[in-house]
Design a protein around this ligand. Sequence first.
Ligand code: ADP
Ligand code: MG
Ligand code: MG
Length: 889
Amino acid sequence: MTKWVYTFGKGSAEGRASDHEFLGGKGANLAEMCHLGLPVPPGLTIISEACARYYKSGRTVPEELKAQVMRGLGNMEKITGRNFGGTERPLLLSVRSGARASMPGMMDTVLNLGLNDDTVQALGHDAADARFAWDSYRRFIQMYADVVMGVDNEVFEEILEDEKGRLGHEFDTDLSAVEWQHIVTLYKGTIEEELGEAFPQDPQEQLWGAVGAVFASWMNPRAVTYRHLHNIPEGWGTAVNIQAMVFGNLGNASATGVAFTRNPSTGEKELYGEFLVNAQGEDVVAGIRTPQSITEAGRISSGSDRPSMEKLMPEAFAEFRRICGALEGHYQDMQDLEFTIERGKLWMLQTRAGKRTTRAAMKIAVDMVDEGMITEEEAVLRIDPASLDQLLHPTIDPSVHREVIGSGLPASPGAATGEIVFTAEEAVIAEEEGRKVILVRVETSPEDIHGMHAAEGILTTRGGMTSHAAVVARGMGIPCVVGAGTMRIDTRNERLIGVGVSLKRGDVITIDGSAGQVLKGEVPMTQPELSGDFGRIMGWADRARRMTVRTNADTPADALAARSFGAEGIGLCRTEHMFFEGDRIHVMREMILAEDEAGRKAALSRLLPMQRSDFTGLFTIMHGLPVTIRLLDPPLHEFLPKTDDEIAEVASAMGMEPIVLRQRVDALHEFNPMLGHRGCRLAISYPEIAEMQARAIFEAAVAAAKQTGAAVVPEIMVPLVSLRSELDYVKARIDEIAREVMAEAVMRIDYLVGTMIELPRAALRAHIIAEVAEFFSFGTNDLTQTTFGISRDDASAFLTTYQRKGIIEHDPFISLDLDGVGELIRIAAERGRRTRNDMKLGICGEHGGDPTSIHFCEAIGLDYVSCSPFRVPIARLAAAQAAIREARN
Ligand code: ADP
Ligand code: MG
Ligand code: MG
């Protein structure tokens, strides 16, 4: 018989934190907290396998599962001394989803389950508080009708608002028992009207309705989108937690709240959280009432005059603080907690590793190393390499004057500029059109996820640091300001109204998610400093790392940026980019359009000094670090004009007849340029081009060596080789030029000639090519194109369809196709090294900055990865993590 149900409560539990794969994160951690002896309301967890089974068996629940749940309920009744559905001391339940990976706000929770027209009376009697009982009942009806019966929550909100207006009440807490009772009647009436059926009175029916709804919510569009964005497999399913209710809405000695054991925004070691007195569950995150700070320090720094939990409920607070310390020590990580205080007694409802900004993650990891809690290696593993992107975000130039038009809470750091849009849909459209936008909302909900992703930044006028907008933006690394109460959105006229300004859709604003400010217009930004905690983590990463990290850089500016990010050489310098700049394109065109070799050589002799000075610049910046320069790669027609107008213009500048130029352009036209006259094929047709480039490289090496005193060992890379004989031919030319330059300079130059492996044939014949090539660099962009037979430039149209239909999981141009392209790389690396065992191997495609691809490079023993300058820190960290994980394997 399958064990479908795991119980927990009163100091013991059948599960543990390590069972999160089938108990889900929430259930596993509730069990763990019970083992630690913490105050957790008793409950049970239905394993996630039951969700999968639910879908397989036509949305039904197996009988043996029902029996096991009833046994678990019996256990809860024993512990609480209450009865589910009983009319003396009724047991109320919360039914909570909890998947293996945390999916905040994606699934639905039902609270106060078990209430009906009879048990509500009993509850009020038992608690000696009828107001509380009717408030709980209306909450239950509202949630249950929304989540299980599909009645839009807004219907109830409207009824409540109307009633409050009619009665002259400002807050929910102002309503009396009788008034809530009346609202319950209105709610029930509305449900009957809308659905033609009554609100279920049978607690068993309520329970299984809620369990089914949790299973069903696994497939709701919000959850599906979230899983898609976070690569969570559909088959996992969600577990269900059924737990005894505790009540934060039982008067002014009761409260509910959320907290982090350290500040999730800055990482500061300080308890950080928000709570609401006389409230329940979702009130805190819903942004209906603005929550209060739990600590005095937090209250003071937020400038609030509403009392903290520390002041208001000192005993519960002291215990909570103690538990925070215990949980952090136990999990050895910053925790995100949910709790409720019922008439002064603290109850723990959830703990999990807290989401945090990258800056906070760095600080927390470094502090925990200093506190002796975790090792340096562990700290390195704690940082998600892709999240470093956040730190590489620009911030507002500190020297500029800030024209602040509104302020709120600093919910997610970094600054962003964009046009105002008021809906998620507009944000998505704008992104498709390549426009940068700031999504401006009163508050956000899970339906807005798409738009939040598409926006540069998010601004809300309502909500706290734990509101939906704040949590999601931090997770996505998007700058965000929430609760900008000094601003107002005029929905009807589509305006954002701030201090002395009224802005319309399309107007540009800047938000500073670190300061919580909204600024008018576009504001100058500065690049971040990579020192402090970041520097220490990267130092530890560099110590753990085996592979070298180089950069792809074509210009001195790129090379300088990459050096500041810690690049240890250039893995790919694409020389063609140098020919497009300024006047050079004219000389290049002269070369291409020359009638004969003599004409070409004349133009090339004018390009030589330009190339030489480019290379001298790169060599000087790299100061003795390896620099790999690729010979001219693209087909020549890329340098020529295309439209009639351009042709006319170029022809007149060159003193040619337009018709003659047109003929040359047509002659160079190719049906399939990606597979055409390019790469080493050019060097074989026009060796003088490769010779000029080789001369520029060697002369630059001499000049840079003289300037810097550091020996330069250029690595010359021949692109698109598939035959050894191609490389033989080009290498002979390069060697010849090297001899000439060395004789002229009376100086010895060490250099390497190697090739890119970017064609399947080259990978397969690597052992033969390695007889000539002194290094290999895997050009994984072209290798992916040629292995799949897919042109990257045309792929987006069908690759997105492939992904949607589940034909392919990842875009192979973003994350290396390990099975196919990876296999070719593995073969080439093995065969190449068989011929030349000290051969340097590296990767220089876009994949060089992708953590999963980097892990693969580590596993097959490549020497280096090369990526764009801004990804260098990401690659350094990913390479370190790969080395640590491989060593532990
Ligand atoms: P989510 O995954 O969206 O955070 P939860 O299952 O944690 O959903 O429930 C949301 C909130 O509902 C909790 O933070 C808590 O305030 C409230 N809640 C859940 N279970 C209970 C319970 N047993 N007693 C009282 N409140 C509860
Ligand atoms: Mg929820
Ligand atoms: Mg929760």
